[in-house]
Design a binder for this molecule. Structure first.
Ligand code: F6R
Length: 277
């Protein structure tokens, strides 16, 4: 099993490249979330008008909740249909039952899927109930399925305080694919609020890899609050390194960070396109 898990070393540094990166500081989380929801809505409608599917990569956690709320509102009040939408979620704890309070299947149903007209068979979330032996094959199939649907058009991301995207924790290299990973201690500490105690937090998760994420056509990363400010600064202004998997996003051709004031607080004025006073 250990061969399927990331080892925290060695660290990899690559050349800086951030031409496809844009960083937006917005007045608050609500404004940033609405902006992303509008972009997603426009993409779904454009694809529908071309009789094509729209493939979305989705995240869980506290950060994207307002985006999902806004998408549900657009469905109810503006007739946005999800009939042509296919979704792939980033990750799931392992093992976990889908009806567990902390399961990402349950989260996605409650926050989004139960309130829109998506075709249930178009929803894909890593399965936290499969046998350990079946995980490597399952993960290969997950990446293959993303590819055969035509790839992810827009990937929504949050960022963990470890610098993880999905559950690609420090040590995850640029070429990682969907796989079983060990959760970082800091990530598990942050999950205690959901599980009630450190001993209840799973040690493992299935996550799309860094490379799986970077295959997406567009990536939109949301980060809110001062507890994200330091890692946001290091992932944008620091070197590209496996110590901070989010730093690999700088190699992507179309990635946007949407931040509130607090999460942008450690960034230099030049990153934000501001003129120093
Ligand atoms: C969730 C995920 C994680 C979270 C990150 C931030 O599917 O992949 O990378 O986006 O841990 O979590 P929150 O939004 O709760 O701060």
């Amino acid at each position: 099993m250990s061969s399927t898990l990331d080892s925290p070393t060695p660290l990899k540094h690559t050349i800086e490249s951030s031409q496809g990166l844009s960083v937006l500081k917005l007045s608050d989380a609500a404004v940033a979330s609405k902006r992303v929801a509008r972009e997603i809505g426009a993409l779904i409608r454009q694809r529908a008008s071309e009789n094509r599917n729209c493939v979305l990569g989705l995240a869980t956690g506290s950060t994207p909740i307002r985006v999902y709320r806004e998408l549900v509102r657009m469905h109810r009040e503006e007739g946005l249909s999800f009939h042509n939408v296919i979704t792939f979620n980033l990750d799931e704890y392992f093992p976990i039952q889908p009806n567990a309070a902390q399961s990402y299947v349950r989260f996605m149903n409650e926050q989004l899927f139960d309130h829109i007209d998506i075709v249930r068979t178009n929803i894909h979330i890593p399965n936290g109930t499969i046998e350990l032996e079946a995980v490597p094959g399952y993960c290969r199939d997950y990446d293959e399925l993303i590819a055969t649907t035509g790839g992810i058009d827009l990937q929504l991301l949050g960022i963990g305080r470890t610098g993880h995207i999905g559950f690609n924790e420090p040590g995850a290299t640029r070429d990682t694919r969907t796989r079983l990973v060990k959760l970082d201690t800091l990530t598990r500490v942050d999950a205690v609020k959901d599980f009630g105690g450190m001993d209840q937090v799973p040690l493992l998760a299935i996550t799309m890899g860094v490379d799986s994420i970077l295959q997406s056509s567009r990536i939109r990363l949301l980060a809110f609050g001062e507890h994200k400010a330091d890692i946001v600064q290091r992932s944008i202004e620091g070197p590209i390194t496996s110590t901070i998997p989010a730093s690999y996003l700088k190699t992507h051709r179309d990635v946007q960070y949407l931040l509130d004031d607090a999460a942008a607080e450690c960034l230099s004025p030049s990153t934000l396109g501001e003129t120093p006073q």
